[in-house]
Design a protein around this ligand. Sequence first.
Ligand SMILES: [Zn+2]
Length: 423
Amino acid sequence: MTHHAETEKVLQVVDGITDEIVEFAADLVRIPTVNPPGALYEVCAHTIGERLKSFGFSVNYVAAEGLPEHSPTHPRVNVIGSRAGSVSRPLLHLNGHFDVVPPGYGWTLDPFGGIVRDGRLYGRGSADMKAGLAAAIYAAEAVRRAGVELRGTIEVSGTVDEESGGMAGVAWLAQKGLISSNKTDYVIIPEPLNVDCVCVGHRGVYWFDITTYGRVAHGSMPFLGINAIDQMNKVLNAIREELVPELATRITDMPVIPSQARYATINTNTIEGGQANQLMQTPCVADRCSVIFDRRFLPEEEFENVRGEVEELLKRLSIRTPDLRYDLQDRLIVQPMRTPEMSPVVVAVRDGVRSVLDREATLVASPGTYDHKHVTNIGGVTDCIAYGPGALHLAHQPDEWCGIDDLVASTKVLALSILKLVA
Ligand SMILES: [Zn+2]
């Protein structure tokens, strides 16, 4: 077949199997792989693995043996399918996480019903990112059903724990050499970043803990102690008054969406102080308070300066507040990621978007990180992008949904990308 004939045939095949793609995505939504705690991972990995096997992949299950989160009640099981062509390289790896965040409140329909209605698949994980997984699997299958012989190799993996950092998921596969620059040329992660957008990376992340220490005393005589929660209040005020306005002046030239996320930001993620609130309370001045902060930094900011700025702020505050006792601890540092625009994987997917949707893809960067960081930092693969169905703003929301038209279009774009990169 000529390249043109192959393209036409593959697009026809996808149109012919739309119902099958939607049904498989709905089947995945019906498995409530909620994280935390990481429920039903094994069931979901096998559902994906069986499908890959029936599509001619050789399939391996990779458990994160030895990690503390891999437990008998909640095993961390990943699945990876591989289908080699005549010369095995180049190798394109399509990766999707199958864990989903808890449904939360505010749903008007069953979050795990896999309901298809009015051209949408509804449910927790429909957009983020079980539709993306279905698109990846069926893109590879469409190429096969079209009768196209591949030169290189396609891999499809379904992985765990992306929502909680991915250490037992993509990071684990990368550590085991299963996603590695020694074998892997390109990675596409079909996260929901809008069907006409190609995502080339993300901002950096600095999670840190600040703990303030007080002195315990009877709650009826607070003047005899030092309240660590009140001390933390001073820290929070200093961050709001001194750091937040400064961050709001810094903007990256990376195309982060939504546009407000092009600025440096900080979020107070968790606060815990005094006695645990689910316990019976006894009157005490809180002698300890901890806050976890989530600071997102720009490629234009150096990490050392990002941390230094927090240290300086705390030093200034303790000069004004002599009884302030605190410590600062790093929790997580992720450097910003940025795949070059001229990377073959970026070019292939942009070409695919142009053919399928008849418009130019927008290059974007994600406001949050995703498994790209492990692919590059641990696996050493630099040609990595995210591209997949579903709208970014619906991820983690009540009544999450993914448009069937998006699901079909992204399956086509991924199939054409396979032709371009692997055939
Ligand atoms: Zn996701």
